[in-house]
Design a protein around this ligand. Structure first.
Ligand code: ATP
Ligand code: MG
Length: 267
C-alpha cells in the first residue's frame, strides 16, 4: 500500500512538519492521473455494490483552510458515481435554530443512511476550529467537544458507518496563490470574499487549532488523514486511494434476489 498519510497520533508531531507538497510522494503527474482514473472506475463499481447491499455506510469528512480544495476534491472524486447513492452536505455558519441546539444536532440529522456515502464539506470540526479561533464560545464549551466528537463518531462506527476524515493541508503560500487567481479572474470572484482575507490573518491560530484537533480526534474508529494538498493531482490520488482501499475492505456484496428466477421466461 502506498503512503496513505494516515496520522499516527501516538507519535508526537507538529503540523508545520507535515508535508503540504505532494510531488515528493509521486514522481510523475501523468502516471498519478492514470492511476487516479483507474481507481475512480473501481470506486464507481464498489459504490454500486454498497448501494445495492444496503447495509453499510461510508462517511467522508473534508476539512481545509479556504481555497484548500474541498470543492475540487468533491468534483473530481465523485465524478461518475451514481448520484442517488451519495449525499454531499456543506456546513456553513449555523442558523439560529441550529445554534439553539447542541452542535452535533445538525450533523447527526444528515449522516449517511444504509447503503449511502455521505460527504461533509466542512463538518462538526468547525465547532473546534473557526469557533475556537474567533472565540465564538468560551474554551469551557469548545474543549469538551473533542471528547464529544470522539464519542459521536464511535456511535456512528458502532452502527455500521466507516468514517474517513481528510484534512487537505496546503501551505500559506499556496493559499495566497489561489486567492490571487480568484481575484484575477472575474469568473472566480464568486468563490472569493473579503472575509477569506480576514481569516487568512489568523493562519497561525488556525494551524494551532487544526493541530490540536488532529491530536485529540484521531481515533482507531475514525482516523484523520493529513493530505499534502498543494498539488491537486496528488491530493485527488491520495484521497482516492484511501477511499477505494476502505471500500475494498468493507467488501459490499450484491444481495441475493428475493425471488427464485429459475425457469422464468419473459413473454
Ligand atoms: P468555499 O471554499 O467555496 O468558499 P466555504 O465552505 O468556505 O466554501 P462559505 O460560505 O464561504 O463556504 O463559508 C462557510 C463559512 O461557515 C466558513 O467560514 C465556516 O468557517 C463557517 N462555519 C461553518 N461551520 C460553522 C460553525 N459551526 N460555526 C461558525 N461558523 C461556521
Ligand atoms: Mg469560503
Amino acid at each position: 500500500m502506498p503512503q496513505t498519510h494516515q496520522l499516527d497520533w501516538q507519535r508526537p508531531f507538529q503540523l508545520q512538519d507535515l508535508p503540504t507538497d505532494g510531488k515528493q510522494f509521486h514522481p510523475n503527474r501523468d502516471e498519478a492521473e492514470t492511476e487516479f482514473k483507474a481507481l475512480r472506475t473501481e470506486f464507481v463499481a464498489l459504490q454500486e455494490r454498497l448501494y445495492a447491499e444496503d447495509k453499510q455506510k461510508l462517511l467522508i469528512v473534508l476539512q481545509a483552510m479556504d481555497a484548500g480544495g474541498k470543492d475540487g476534491t468533491i468534483r473530481n472524486v465523485l465524478k461518475g458515481v451514481n448520484p442517488q447513492g451519495v449525499r454531499v452536505q456543506s456546513f456553513k455558519a449555523p442558523s439560529k435554530e441550529e445554534l439553539a441546539h447542541d452542535f452535533l444536532w445538525r450533523i447527526h440529522k444528515v449522516v449517511p443512511t444504509r447503503g449511502m456515502i455521505g460527504v461533509f464539506n466542512r463538518s462538526h470540526y468547525e465547532d473546534v476550529l473557526v469557533v475556537r479561533v474567533h472565540n465564538l464560545v468560551p474554551e469551557s464549551v469548545w474543549r469538551p467537544r473533542y471528547t464529544q466528537i470522539n464519542q459521536f463518531e464511535k456511535l456512528l462506527h458502532d452502527s455500521g458507518t466507516r468514517v474517513l476524515k481528510f484534512y487537505l493541508h496546503i501551505s500559506a503560500a499556496e493559499q495566497k496563490e489561489r486567492f490571487q487567481a480568484r481575484l484575477d479572474d472575474p469568473e472566480k470572484h464568486w468563490k472569493f470574499s473579503l472575509e477569506d482575507l480576514e481569516k487568512r490573518k489568523f493562519w497561525p491560530d488556525y494551524m494551532a487549532a487544526y493541530e490540536e484537533m488532529l491530536r485529540e480526534c484521531s481515533t482507531e474508529w475514525a482516523p484523520w488523514y493529513v493530505i499534502p494538498a498543494n498539488q491537486k493531482w496528488y491530493r485527488n490520488l491520495a484521497i482516492m486511494r484511501t477511499i477505494v482501499h476502505t471500500l475494498r475492505d468493507m467488501n459490499p456484496q450484491f444481495p441475493e434476489a428475493e425471488d427464485n428466477f429459475d425457469g422464468v421466461v419473459i413473454e
